[in-house]
Design a protein around this ligand. Sequence first.
Ligand code: IPT
Length: 995
Amino acid sequence: MDLSRRAFGALTGSALLSLALPAGAAMAADAVPRPARPGAGGTVTFDAYSMIIDGVRVPLWSGEVHPFRLPSPSLWRDVLEKMRGNGYNAVSIYASWNYHSPAPGQYDFSGVRDLGLFLRMAADAGLYVIARPGPYINAEVDAGGYPGWLATTPGRARSNDPTYLGHVDEWLTAVNAVIAQHLHTDGGGSVVLYQLENEYASHTADAVGQGYMAHLYAKVRADGIDVPLFHNDKGRNGYWIPGSFDTAGEQGRYLYGFDGYPSPTGLPPDWGYFGSGGAKGGSTASPSTPGLMAEFGGGWFDPWGGAEFAGKGYAESRRTRDAAYERRFYLTNLANGVKIHNVYMTFGGTSWGWLPAPVVYTSYDYGAAIDEARNATSKVVPMRQTGSMLASFPEFSALDRAADTVAAGSAVRVYHLTADGSGAHVYFLRNDASADATCTLPVVTAAGTVTVPAAPGGLRVVAKDMAVVATELSLGRRTLRWTTVQPMLRTTGERLDVTAFAGRPGDPAEAVLAVSAPPTATVLDGTADTVYDASAGTLRINTVLDGLTRVLVEGGGTATPMLFLFADDGASAVLSSLTADGEPVVVTGPALVRSAEREGAVLRLTGDTTQDSPLEVWAAPAVREVFWNGRHVAVAPTASGGLQAREPLAGPPAVDLPALTGWRYAPENPESEPAFDDSAWRACDLTASASTTPVPAGTPVLFADDYGFHYGDVWYRAQVESDGTAATLNLSYSSGTQGMLMAWWDGRPLGTHRQPVPAKSQDTQGTWAATAAFPVPGDLAAAGSHTVAVLVRRMAHEEDGGANDAFKSARGLTAANLDGTPVASAWRIQGGTGGDAARGPLNTGGLYGERAGWHLPGFPDRDWASADTLQAGPRQGVSWYRTQFRLDIDRGVDASVGLTLDDDPAHAYRVQIFVNGWNMGQYINDAGPQHTFVLPNGILRPRGSNTLALAVLADGTTPAGPAGVSLALLGSAAGGVPLTLVDAPGYTDLRPSAG
Ligand code: IPT
């Protein structure tokens, strides 16, 4: 029978309502449950296949998010709900020690640092949590997460040194006190896994490393963390497998995990079943624990521009690791037995303030599935398809490698697996060629081996992409004999079952259902052929993916009808499945469905539309009325048993952003003047340092960290004696890539030195140290005392990936001499004074304006000159611009706003961007590549007045200051989450006075 394009309404919803409900039909909507809400408690174990949570096998389909890279807690909920709505069932987080600890003994978990709130939101959103609090995290953050103050302590970090371990215990005590309240096991939350350390590839076979790991293990257990622990090996090296260090007598509570960031241009690696050894556990290294990819690259970080290894911007990461990359690499991981799969990053966010490690700039967008402006990109589509598949079909949770199978007609790679005990077979087909492949495949079914598709034309695997074929999948009340496109969704409702498939537009799709009696198949929308084979006992449906094709199957031996949905990528992107009051709710139309609640006949949905969107829901038969984001939606029953909105849901209205005008201007750096009073500055009087940078003979310690200045700019002043022949002032400094130093002699600029940007290794210690040689102006060299002032723009401390204390290399001035004679005495130093507690230690550095509160809302700038342009003539030093602007974005619209700076790239200057007192990043005009800075709502007031302050640092060789400064709309949706503005003090609360 061919019933293509039968009109809607030929079969009404009420006809379906009259169908009898079979006894005992209530079945779980999702085969894989979401975490219980706080209060429930639970068990967390694992076997060689997967995690087992509350007795149920749960593959974790996780994405990495860093709470510290989104300083607006209410938006955490947005990101978490976007993940859940797009198929993830877990979120993995780092906690960054430096973010929470301004000084030894001081720990802050409030405001933007409220880790407990994040964990609560994750549980509320229905996501399990993988907690990764270090102590070392890497993560492209300053010192790899170590606090600045740790750089001044003795004892080798990342080792069993007792001094270091003392500091580590302090951090773990603090952070574990928070995490322990959100464990799935004690009912407080949904944390199910906890990582010790991070890619610790040193001392893997000696007491230093083993003692360190054993110490961490015991400490974390002592802090009450009772979920399984693991470590992420830097590649599948077999480092830190169970038994490789002392786990305090515990067995079976520690997993082996590893990270992988394979090149997107190479072949996806076979790390488990299909690699050498083929151990079940996803790794030859640890056959008794499940395949755990603690980090699998979902994008890549981008370095500063202006050099050989120049950053290209994150559009490039997203292009090279696109949706097809995700299918090809992540499905290969699944084929290889990985059942705990975390994509690093899923939402990268912003390395705001002084968070970025030297290797990266402010944006940490990462080319991730959810972009820095919180937009779901095309990369969420495969995540939704596969996450939903894993949640719907338990057969995918316990696969073993099966007999090698070869496709006919095309050289696609076939991964054949069989599902433990269920009779299901799964085939992952990968096309590594650059042309689409068409093939047939022999598959194992309950009726023997069959070559699929049965219909002519073959099945297609798009170039550089991957496809899923499966047999004998349970659909709850029926069995699917085979499908040649990826199964995405399966629900069993009181009145209706739904099964959805997804693939590329134009893919031929064949789904064959086992039936025990003649069925009726009705093609409700789209084009499909259906063939009933009485002798085989099958109903075969063939279609070509194009939007959403709907086929309703009734009879066939099962009382409850089945709606088959065949979705191309675009249609699958707006296909959502939730549960309300124990019944499945399937929704098509809106980009995101955040929640579904049912009360009797009323179904309340919340979510986002990014454009005018249709809405159709399949829910409990009792549902008669639908609300969307609190608004009543007029609906009509449809032929497929759903309710359809009579009018589309509205997308977001146009958003108007104001031009930025009314600027005020003030130059600073009074520190460069001889008359400046530095008597309150800290004298550089130390003679020894724990830094890895040697203290030069005959000079006091000048390293900024040793004087408590850990982040941002730092000033130095000294009186220098000249015998009248002074010729060259040599200033050595160390700063991180893109750092710079500028000097003045008796108030006259001597010039600026810029660190050469390293051309090669991003982690090489010492490449960011240099000596600037400044000629002393002849007319100022007279015998006597002269004032030298030096400003060092430090970038960040190095990371410590090699566990060699690289983060302890000095930052700031390291040595000074005048014609070879050390400038040894009477140096004074001033850096960031710590800012305010709300914005935290990484928000501000030591510029005069930062010390004086020029960046803060409410600072009285009325005496500043008004400025029509932000461009000034060449002048070495610092200038500030301030303005205010009002936003008036409709409630109910989630607009994501950025600030764009633009100019002639020949102009040598950089800008520190402060929004309402928050340091939202650093723009380097002549390096790039970043021009647009995301300003998260909460920091930004979408309805109200905002203060923008720009600190321009110029080397004096060119005009400086951005030619263009404008607000940019980076995304908008009707919907969003309730916004709470982030509380932080203004100028009048703080009244800072610069010293
Ligand atoms: C791995 C780190 O574990 C992670 O913190 C982050 O730095 C990531 O890489 C890159 O973004 S390290 C691995 C790539 C050697």
